[in-house]
Design a protein around this ligand. Structure first.
Ligand code: OAD
Length: 245
């Protein structure tokens, strides 16, 4: 039985929060069987990002890069959202001002029902035209298209690669949302990537009540109001029940 460390005042702050932002990372999907990036068994332990997740790698060997994303997309397509994803989608139905910012490209948040969702690192089920930027869906059941349906140029995975710039409008909207949030949830991220980590720090700096959920401590653990150590698929449903009981 998980016992939360919250005071009555903490619980009332969380219950009254009208604007809530959750920031998620690969850890929320690990209970669905999708590998994380860092730590034991992490993708970056077994694969070199330079060979697979940079524009240079794609220019050098597009087939190899596509092959790696095809393999990962298959894992994502076969995975199911877990209680962590499901709880965040449910939370959005309780609090209309709930926004979910995810670093994950695996599509499990939308499949769990999250609607107010900002996917800052792209989506593994989408391809983008190198010439016109048109986005197209990749149906994991069908052979993948190799050229753009509009201009017939080459397609690339719609993923933010190392060395690439974030979509500035998207990032501005994330910072705007987080800086006016009453409650922020930081779930399953190592906080190793500076832009999402800075978003969390901005929310904390602006006075949001902040909770981290992660089996391990991170550089944000010292800064948040509570760092709850454990799996998000186990803690998130209990947290929602505790707040709205
Ligand atoms: P990481 O792989 O860096 O970190 C995963 C985090 O999840 C770690 O802190 C784990 O302790 C935690 N974790 C593991 N299992 C968990 C569970 N069941 N519940 C909760 N937490 C758990 O993944 P990210 O922080 O998402 O970027 O990595 C950020 C970005 O780095 C990714 O989006 C990717 C990568 O390079 C791009 O591909 C652009």
């Amino acid at each position: 039985m998980y016992s939360f460390p919250f005071s009555a005042n903490d619980l009332s702050r969380m219950k009254q929060a009208k604007k809530i932002t959750a920031i998620t990372g690969a850890g929320i999907s690990s209970e669905s069987g999708i590998p994380t990036f860092r730590g034991e068994g992490g993708l970056w332990k077994n694969y070199r990002a330079e060979d697979l997740a940079t524009p240079q790698a794609f220019a050098k060997d597009p087939d190899l890069v596509w092959e790696w994303y095809d393999w990962r997309r298959k894992i994502c397509a076969e995975a199911q959202p877990n209680q962590g994803h499901i709880t965040l989608a449910k939370w959005e139905t309780i609090v209309p001002g709930f926004t979910l910012i995810t670093q994950n490209v695996d599509g499990l948040h939308p499949r769990a029902g999250s609607k107010n969702l900002l996917q800052i690192h792209g989506n593994i089920f989408k391809a983008r035209c190198l010439n016109c930027g048109n986005l197209s869906e990749i149906d994991p059941e069908k052979p993948r298209e190799v050229s753009c349906s509009l201009c017939f140029s080459k397609l690339r995975p719609h993923i933010l690669w190392f060395g690439e710039s974030y979509d500035q409008d998207l990032i501005a909207s994330c910072f705007e949302t987080i800086s006016s949030s009453d409650l922020i949830l930081i779930v399953g991220t190592s906080a190793n990537v500076s832009v999402p980590a800075d978003m969390a720090k901005e929310g904390i700096r602006k006075g949001a009540f902040s909770i981290e959920i992660n089996p391990e401590r991170t550089s944000l653990s010292e800064l948040v109001d509570y760092s709850l150590q454990g799996k998000s698929g186990e803690i998130l449903p209990k947290l929602l029940d505790e707040i709205y009981k």
